[in-house]
Structures are given as C-alpha cells and as structure tokens.
Ligand binder design. Structure first.
Ligand code: AMP
Length: 640
C-alpha cells in the first residue's frame, strides 16, 4: 500500500471506510475533493433535493483539464511521462511528457475556440487509439465543450445516429485506424455518416497519420497539423466550469432503438476518479498505469485518460489487440515500462488463455502488482489461469458505463479483502447495495434477486440521459415505486459475508417452471468442463415449463463435438445445479456473437433461435458469428 498523501483515507479498514462513505457522504466526498484544485469551493457537497437527479459540489467551480494537466505540467511533473503510446499494429511508439501534453492541449483548445466552439457545444471525436485523441478530449473539457467519443469501430449508421443525437459543431477524426496491421478507413465512415445525418456539422478536423485516404471536403475539412499552425494558441485559459456542468456524453453499447447518451458532470466525476486511483487501484507516486481498453468505452475515458492524469501518473495507450503480432505484446509493454497496475477485461484473458503459458511466464512481469478486470463475469477457471500465468493479484470488479467508475470491487488501496474467485467483492465507497425482489423488498442472503443501489448514488455517476430526463428516470429509478433505488439491471446473490455474486442481466434470467436461473449460473458450470472453451445459454419458449434452456457451446480448438460430450455436459448441470437446469438442447458452435467490447450478445442468439428480427447489430465484433448461430441451429444441435 502507498503512503501518499493525495487521497482521502480516514481509515485503512474497508468496513469503517465504507460505512463512513455511505452514512456521511458529504464529509467523505468533501474530504476527497480537497486534494483537487477549485477556482471556487462548493456551497454544498450533495444536493439531493431533486433526486434522482443528484448534484455534487454544487456552487463549486473547477476544470478537469486544469487538474489533469496544468497542475502537473506547471508543477513538479513537467518532464515526467504523461501518455506513453504503443502501437504494435503500426510498429510505432512515443512518449509525451506532462509539459508536452499541456502544450498540445492548449494548442488544440485554441483550434476549437477559433473555429467557434464554445462552452456547452458538442464535439464528436471519432479516432483510433492515438495520443491526439486524448489531446482532443482534454482540449474540449478545457474550454467547457462537451465531447462525445464514438468508438472507432462503429459503423456509418451508428455514427450518424450519434451525430443526430449530440448535434456536434465539430467532428475530430483521423483518416484511418489500424487493426492487426490492416488499415481501417475512418474518414470514409465519417463522410458517409455526415451525408446520412440530419444534423449538419460545420467543421471536420482530420488527423493525417499517413496510412489512409484523406478525401478532404473543401470548406468543411481541415487537417489537424494545419489547424494547429493556423489556429493553435500557446495558452488558452481553462474555463471556470460549474461542478454540475456536463463534461461529456458517452453512448451505451448494445441497445436497440435510439442511442442512450450517458451524461457525466465535471466536479463529481473528477473527485470520484481521483479518489478511486488511491482507494481502489492503490495507485500513487511511482506507479505506471496500463488500461488495455479503448477510448471509445467508458473504461478508456476514465482509466486511460482522466483518472491516471488526474493522479499524475503515466498512462499507457495501446493501439492494437492482445494477440497481434503475438500473444506476448501486452506483456512486452509491461516489461518495457515497468507497468505496476493493469486494467483489462475477462474476454481478453480468455483469448490469451488459448496460448501456451510460456508467452507470459517468460516475460519480466515483476513490476506488476495488480491486474483489474471488468466488463463481464470473471469465471473461476480464468481467474486462476490469469493469477498463475501472470504471477500477480487479479481483481474482478464490476461497473457500468453509467457509473463511470467501479461499483463493486476489492479496495486494496484501503484494505485488501480476501478474494472469493467468481465474485467482484463488495460495494465501492459511496455505494449501498441491496439484493431485492420485484417489489423492491430486500431478500435473505444467499437468495437470487435484483441488484440495486440505494440513492444517493455517489459522485461521477450519470447525471441524466442526454436530452431525455424522463428516460433517465424510467431506465434506472422507476422500477420499485416509493423506493429510491438505482436499478442496475443485473441479477445477483449476496452471500453471508456480504460478497456479491453476479448472475447475468436481469432481463436475460431464464424462468424454468417458476425457477429463476441466471445465465451465468449455467454457463459457469458448462465452462468448467475441460473440453469447453466458452458457452452462452438462453431461454427458449417451452409449452410445458414456460421456458427451457438452450446452451450454445464452443469447444476447445482440438475437440470435435460428439453426443458423448453432450451427455457429459448435461450430467454436469444435473449434478451441480439440478434437473431443473437440464438444457433442452446443446448446440455446438465455432464462435459466439460478441460486442466489440467482448460481451456475449445473448439477445442476438435468442433472436436467431426464435426467428425474430435481429435488431441493432452495430456493436457486433464479427457479423459472421450470426451465421454461426444459424448453422448451429440447423445442423449441429441434437434436440431432446
Ligand atoms: P457496460 O455499461 O456496457 O460496461 O456494461 C455493464 C454491464 O456489464 C453490467 O451491468 C454487468 O452486466 C456487466 N459487468 C460488468 N462488469 C462485470 C463483472 N465484473 N462481473 C459481472 N458482470 C459484469
């Protein structure tokens, strides 16, 4: 544990700290906020008079960019690395110091300002994993413009939807991304999206990386370098923003219909992120942080860009995939820079697990203290694999785009609680979690129910849905009339020790003859079979039982499907859960449909199985997996 002053730690005991954070939120978060710079102190830490529209540090004035950049660049970290960029897909890398970052952010803030971008205007950033993306984000928050980063893998249609919803004044992009050595033509997607969108965008700033087509549109497009030359400024005064001014909009993935823009505030988000670095991630002076996510996701916003910079440590930005050009790439980065703290996703660990352990065990990972994982359940076998192959502490933690930072987690910066593999531990500071039934009544420990957080939820969580306050209430707060509960939408168990066990999305719960089963319960058991690589289960209509289980199983590379394996899998389920969970059918499949952030798209599997419309597929990683599901249904299954 670090002995650094820059975090608010009245206790080194999880229970005590957590209790204080929920019983005295104003004292707790007020203490955390003292470590940051405010132009004007807040009048009130928490205003809950319009709950569930909780507002933090009301009356306070601050600027995230000032706190993340100026504070260090003009202080004692001038020459220290801020953004370390590694791009195995293009064979390039670079290091930008805090002062260089300060300079670039000021220049780009000048560009935006001189192109007419003002406080409250939206800017869409559609960029690959390059340092300029972080520069653009920070320049926006410096002048109070609201950025909306759209993942560089999204298609024309999803980008056009987001342009229509956010109505940006300016779009910032690069001409191309790079994936496994191949060029991804981003500029073409921008052009097509802008042509398709109803909202007209005035200016497009294009970073030319020299790898793809530019196709500049006269009068609308301007090159990044040229814009910096012409409009860049040495210093742009940071806008003194209200703590409650929005900092960004981030659209949630995988949903149908109109995109849902999560709106983040300024002061609350900044304080929560800064506190999370010390208290949760145990990061302080001397640490090097490496989050393998993408800036297009919430993890990238919070833990590639804002939190490490707020904390004043180097952050590693990685352009590429964990297995290109070989499965050792991430671990070479760890060895090269002495990374101490990593943040990744279980899905990445499952990808790496397919390769021989020598890829990891032969690297020098001695600097690495923790690998934090989030995004989906971390199954026990993968937990053990990662702990052993990487020789470090592996920490499962749970959160959502909406929360902006961890909700359930171990908090090694405060006290390292015993790990129970398969559980993301307990509520983070500021969260009071309950497991409830449909009426919102708390249920006994050990029983399955819905995970809710009692209001007020802590700073940094979403303020609302962009342009739709009603949808914010409906989506998260209106499930249990008369109760101020944030509905996570997840199904869970709280055990006797207060640890939470996540069982899958609540709307994917399978109801077999009145018994409610979480998708994860069944999947975890199927995955424990030595021949199974991955599985996904869905509920299908059944005349007798209401719903029955249909299991899709990916076998390990060298295994061929057979009726014997199927029998073994069914026996496993019967033994471990009971006859009630016996799958009605087992379908062997080569690959599962997943989102680009690695989440299994059960909704898509279910739609194919039921012959329904597939809905929005813009977030799918590999469209061919839909045909895999179709094929599995036609040929490879053995119906009971
Ligand atoms: P997103 O907002 O797209 O990041 O998705 C959030 C959802 O991912 C949560 O509501 C959970 O269903 C799931 N999730 C995230 N982290 C975990 C975790 N550590 N364990 C289980 N499920 C998780």
């Amino acid at each position: 544990m670090h002995h650094d002053e820059s975090r608010f730690l009245p206790y080194t005991d999880y229970e005590k700290l957590h209790t204080m954070s929920v019983t005295e939120p104003e004292k707790f978060w007020g203490g955390c906020a003292e470590y940051l710079h405010w132009y004007k102190k807040w009048d009130k830490v928490l205003d809950d008079s319009k709950a569930p529209f909780y507002r933090w540090f009301v009356g306070g004035k601050t600027n995230i960019c000032y706190n993340a950049v100026d504070r260090h660049a003009l202080g004692d970290k001038r020459g220290m690395a801020a953004i370390i960029w590694e791009s195995p897909t293009t064979g390039k890398s670079s290091v930008m110091t805090y002062f260089q970052l300060y300079r670039e952010v000021n220049r780009f803030a000048g560009v935006l300002k001189n192109l007419g971008v003002k406080k409250g205007d939206r800017v869409i950033i559609y960029m690959p994993m390059v340092p300029e993306a972080a520069v653009a984000m920070l320049a926006c928050v410096r002048i109070g413009a609201i950025h909306s980063v759209v993942f560089g893998g999204f298609s024309t249609e999803s980008l056009a939807d987001r342009i229509n919803d956010a109505a940006p004044k300016v779009v910032v992009c690069a001409e191309a991304g790079s994936r496994k050595g191949n060029v991804v033509p981003l500029k073409k997607i921008i052009d097509d999206s802008l042509a398709a969108a109803k909202v007209k965008v005035e200016k497009v700033i294009v970073l030319n990386r020299g790898i793809g087509e530019l196709n500049l549109v006269a009068g609308r497009d301007i090159l990044w370098d040229e814009a910096m030359e012409k409009h860049g400024e040495v210093f742009v005064e940071p806008e003194q923003l209200d703590s409650t001014d929005p900092s960004y909009i981030l659209y949630t993935s995988g949903t149908t219909g109109k995109p849902k823009g999560v709106v983040r505030d300024t002061g609350g988000y900044m304080v929560a992120l800064h506190a999370s670095m010390g208290q949760i991630y145990d990061v302080g002076e001397g640490d090097v942080y490496f989050s393998t996510s993408d800036i297009g996701w919430v993890v990238g916003h919070s833990y590639i860009v804002y939190a490490p910079l707020l904390k004043g440590v180097p952050t590693i930005m990685f352009e590429g995939t964990p297995d290109y050009p070989n499965p050792g790439v991430w671990w070479d980065v760890v060895a090269k820079y002495g990374v101490t703290t990593m943040f990744s996703a279980p899905t990445a660990m499952r990808v790496l697990r397919k390769f021989p352990e020598t890829w990891f065990k032969e690297k020098d990972l001695s600097s690495l203290k923790y690998v934090f994982l989030a995004g989906e359940p971390l199954d026990e076998p993968t937990y053990h694999w990662a702990t052993d192959a990487l020789g470090t502490k592996v920490i499962d933690h749970y959160w959502q785009t909406e929360s902006g930072w961890p909700m359930l987690t171990n908090m090694p910066g405060v006290e390292f609680l015993p790990i129970k593999p398969g559980s993301p531990t307990k509520g983070a500071m500021g969260y009071q979690f309950l497991v409830v039934n449909e009426k919102g009544e708390e249920i006994p420990r050990g029983e399955k129910g819905f995970l809710v957080a009692k209001g007020p939820i802590p700073p940094g969580t979403l303020m609302t849905i962009w342009g739709d306050d009603e949808r914010y209430k409906e989506s998260y707060w209106d499930f249990y009339p008369g109760k101020m509960f944030y509905h996570t939408g997840d199904f869970a168990i709280m055990d006797k020790d207060g640890y939470l066990w996540m069982l899958g999305r609540a709307d994917e719960v399978i109801n077999v003859a009145g018994h409610r089963l979480g998708t994860r319960e069944v999947e975890e058991i199927l995955s424990s079979h030595p021949k199974v690589a991955e599985t996904s289960v869905i509920g299908i209509k059944d005349d007798l039982k209401g719903e029955a289980i249909s299991a899709f199983v990916v076998l390990k590379a060298d295994v061929t499907p057979s009726p014997e394996i199927e029998k073994e899998l069914i026996k496993l389920i019967r033994d471990k859960i009971g006859a009630i969970a016996t799958p009605k059918e087992v379908r062997f499949i080569h690959a599962l449909p997943k989102t680009r952030s690695g989440k299994i798209m059960r909704r898509v599997i279910k739609a194919v199985a039921e012959g329904q419309k597939l809905g929005d597929l813009s977030t799918i990683e590999d469209g061919a997996t839909v045909d895999e599901v179709k094929k599995a249904l036609e040929t490879m299954g053995v119906d009971k």
